[in-house]
Design a protein around this ligand. Structure first.
Ligand code: ZN
Length: 388
């Protein structure tokens, strides 16, 4: 993978290239950001740049023998580790390497959810187990086969949990020919001892224009579709890819149903709706999926913003059923209630990013919204009073 294949992230790319050219490469680095930022492909491109036989000023050459092997993710000194399902305690990540290569080569903006789909994980919880740690230690104790050093790219080290302790010594006293690149979406869940031994590489949220341009260039959407997906996904390319793939495009209908059910305060329908969106189990593969759950909530936020404009008698960007809904919604609520519901939706996005159980979360949010929608009902949120 080359830097030029990665959307945006100019400042981070420059910083990585500069440190490589100046020979200041830290042996343990922690790339941080959600899947949609591209932290994983960035780490792979960086490893390729460092290993390339003739690196240029802004990218690896792409044609040397090393680059060619890297492009297939099949260089003997490039190792990957990632969360997986271990049917036996001695199962290691290498058993899934062909699925892994296939997944990354197809779409490097990989989400855990997509990865679990590929492993047919259903509701099983993935992790990086102690057998995998031992395998890493023994792999890295060998001398490099071809390049000057060996690289281990570990995706989502937060799934190491406490077994991460077994890697501390290796990260603290590595051989000079070893490079660790950890790629984390939730660095606060990493063992502090592990985090403190790595140098942080923070990725940036993409601009909407960058996401739209990517979708358009890749032929995944037309101009209007690309602009809409980019806007709704708030700069998250992984979410935009799912939107562009049309995996769930009925956000309007889903959201309107939701608000109607909350308004009627119908418990049975509420449970049915939360199961449709959040799934029945607690695993990652359930309902419409996490990226689309976030997309639905973001869609809801945009409808609420439009409702505020409607109340202020400012121009509203909506048509047909959406406009009807916004008109009725705006007529029934005051700005404080709209703000309170928006707050619930924003908080829900935050919790989904932190792997909350979506079914429980959506049910909880539904009950809150039902209270706000009750005519004359007071708005009391735990910990803050929005309106009385
Ligand atoms: Zn090269």
């Amino acid at each position: 993978m080359q830097f030029k294949e990665i959307v945006g992230q100019q400042a981070v790319k420059q910083q990585l290239i500069r440190s490589a050219r100046e020979g200041r490469v830290s042996h343990a680095q922690l790339f941080v950001g959600p899947a949609g930022n591209g932290a994983l492909p960035l780490a792979i491109a960086y490893a390729q740049y460092l290993s390339c036989e003739q690196p240029g000023e802004s990218d690896s050459c792409g044609v040397c023998a090393t680059c060619k092997k890297y492009q297939k993710l099949a260089h003997p000194d490039l190792h990957f580790s990632y969360p997986f399902i271990a049917p036996k305690k001695e199962t290691v990540a290498l058993e899934y390497i062909s699925q892994w290569r296939e997944a990354i080569l197809e779409q490097p903006y990989l989400t855990l959810e997509k990865w679990m789909d590929r492993l047919d994980a259903e509701n099983k919880q993935p992790n990086i187990n102690i057998a995998e740690c031992h395998s890493i230690i023994s792999k890295l104790s060998l001398k490099p086969f071809e390049s000057g050093f060996k690289v281990l790219i570990m995706w989502l080290p937060e799934y190491l949990r406490e077994v991460g302790n077994s890697l501390l010594k290796l990260i603290e006293e590595p051989s000079s020919s070893t490079l660790f690149l950890l790629v984390s979406e939730q660095p606060d869940l990493l063992l502090p001892t592990l985090r403190s031994r790595t140098q942080l590489v923070r990725t940036e949220r993409l601009e909407e224009e960058e996401v739209a341009a990517y979708l358009l260039e890749a032929g995944l959407a037309d101009q209007q579709g690309a602009a809409q997906a980019a806007k709704l996904c708030g700069g998250n390319l992984a979410a935009a890819l799912e939107l562009a793939a049309g995996e769930t495009s009925n956000f309007g209908e889903l959201f309107r149903d939701w608000m109607r059910i909350c308004y009627q305060n119908d418990g049975v329908k509420m449970v049915e709706w939360t199961e449709q969106v959040g799934g029945k189990g607690s695993g990652s593969k359930s309902g419409i999926g996490r990226e689309n759950q976030k997309n639905l909530l973001r869609y809801g936020l945009s409808v609420l913003r439009q409702s505020l404009l409607q109340q202020a008698q400012l121009p509203v960007q909506a048509r047909g059923e959406e406009l009807d809904f916004i008109t009725r919604f705006a007529a029934q609520l005051n700005p404080e209630k709209i703000a309170a519901i928006s707050g619930e939706l924003e908080e829900a996005i935050y919790h989904i990013e932190r792997n909350a159980n979506p079914r429980i979360l959506f049910l909880d949010v539904s009950l809150q919204i039902a209270r706000y929608l009750k005519i004359g009902g007071a708005i009391v949120r735990p910990g803050r009073v929005v309106m009385t």
